[in-house]
Design a protein around this ligand. Structure first.
Ligand code: AMP
Ligand code: MG
Length: 412
């Protein structure tokens, strides 16, 4: 049961607006080799140092000709050959043609390339059997990209769509934003790191593992401060160390109102709380604020809530701070619910679902099952969030709902 007055809670949109309006992107950038730039964010527009193509070349296998040599119908002897990487550089006698392959530089003076399918090779030379237009089958220098033209904007991630383009331009180094430094720790007397024996009453630390993994995928440098016990001195020391080393500090656990929940109190003492109660489910207790140097995000302890609030709130924060200008979550889509979905009004629900497209191309979604905030397997079974509006109650099978496909952080 939810005994909290939901009117005290701020909405997801308000929370995001509060977070994103306070922070400004990092200012530092560095120049790095293209070969190690995957996943990095451009710090400035990238301009082309060359024309692409760098020289006029043939779009076809065929024959390079001068239009003035094509008068009449007489066949043209072949004066030589031009290959990609081996241009024709001999003198080119009048009334001859040059055999040319795709990608080969156009011989000086040539007006057109005639494809070999439109040529007939005879003893006397090559006869052409189709009309010829000036410039045909010639790719001009700079036709694709002009030297000095901007090929990539600032603020985008370099990946398989961008880096080969830069390689094709001979760009060996690229100016990128420096990596974000993010400190992470879990809080809880019950937590044990994976790989250690588990004592009675202990559970394995899921959240630090999840957060570290997602931070690495987002290209952050992770400072792992381990598991912090539920006492104020240990927590204070962790906060102070994290604040001195990182741009962002992320903790999990201890943000609700239990007797061992000191996280918000510590943020109050050492910094400034911006907000800490959200009208979303799972994930109501999520603390955001500022320490002396670093931004602070206090994730809830329940693993589904921790992963969800990281995904929906921390991810956009890190994207902005890291210098992304075009970052977005996947768009929400309409789908028909195939299963009933249990919900009570008051909070925006992020249930985990499995969506597919039916034979008519319409989207359908079913629940992954138990939606408890400790059921982490719902992420590995699902491929989307089913986003149920704050005031909505339970959903019957057949109703239309919004889904939000998982992005690369959660995608199976
Ligand atoms: P708390 O917010 O600290 O009261 O934690 C809420 C619930 O999440 C409790 O059942 C905790 O045992 C559990 N929990 C807290 N931190 C973690 C963690 N790092 N990994 C797994 N479960 C956790
Ligand atoms: Mg705890």
């Amino acid at each position: 049961m939810d005994h909290c007055h939901t009117s005290d809670l701020i909405s997801l949109e308000q929370a995001l607006e509060k977070m994103l309006s306070q922070i400004a992107p990092l200012q530092q950038s560095e120049s790095i080799a293209l070969t190690s730039a995957a996943g990095r964010i451009t710090a400035a527009p990238v301009v082309s140092p060359i024309d692409v193509p760098p020289f006029a070349n043939s779009a076809m296998d065929g024959y390079a000709v001068r239009l003035s040599d094509l008068n009449g119908d007489s066949p043209l002897p072949v004066a030589g050959k031009a290959f990609a990487g081996a241009p024709f550089t001999d003198t080119w006698p009048a009334s001859t043609c040059v055999r040319i392959m795709t990608g080969a530089p156009i011989p000086a003076g040539a007006d057109a390339v005639i494809m070999q399918e439109q040529a007939e090779v005879t003893e006397a030379g090559v006869r052409f059997n189709a009309p010829v237009n000036a410039g045909q089958n010639i790719r001009l220098a700079g036709e694709d990209i002009l030297r000095g033209a901007s090929v990539l904007p600032a603020g985008i991630t370099l990946g398989a769509a961008q880096l080969p383009l830069l390689a094709s331009l001979g760009v060996a180094d690229v100016q990128v934003m420096r990596k974000l430094k993010v400190a992470v720790f879990s809080t809880g007397d019950e937590l044990q790191p994976v790989g250690q024996p588990r004592q009675a009453g202990q559970i394995y630390d899921t959240n630090r593992f999840a957060v570290r993994l997602m931070l690495e995928q987002l290209g952050c440098t992770v400072i792992d401060l381990g598991i912090i016990r539920d006492n104020q001195e240990a927590l204070r020391a962790a906060f102070i160390q994290a604040d001195s080393e990182a741009d962002v500090v992320i903790s999990s656990g201890g943000v609700s109102v239990g007797e061992a929940d000191y996280t918000k109190q510590m943020l109050d003492e050492l910094g400034k709380v911006s907000f800490w109660k959200l009208a979303i489910k799972p994930g109501k207790p999520f603390a955001f604020g500022k320490l002396q140097h670093a931004w602070f995000c206090g994730l809830p302890g329940n693993p589904v809530s921790a992963a969800l609030t990281f995904y929906q709130l921390v991810q956009p924060l890190l994207a902005k701070l890291a210098g992304h200008t075009e970052w977005q979550l996947p768009p929400r889509l309409k789908a028909r619910a195939l299963t009933p979905l249990k919900k009570s009004p008051g909070r925006l629900d992020f249930q985990r679902g499995i969506f597919t497209s039916n034979a008519q191309g319409e989207l359908e979604v079913s629940t992954t099952g138990h939606q408890g905030s400790h059921v982490f397997s719902s992420f590995s079974q699902g491929n989307c969030f089913i986003v149920l509006e704050r005031e909505r109650g339970s959903v019957a099978a057949g109703e239309t709902v919004e889904i939000e496909p998982f992005n690369a952080l959660l995608r199976n």
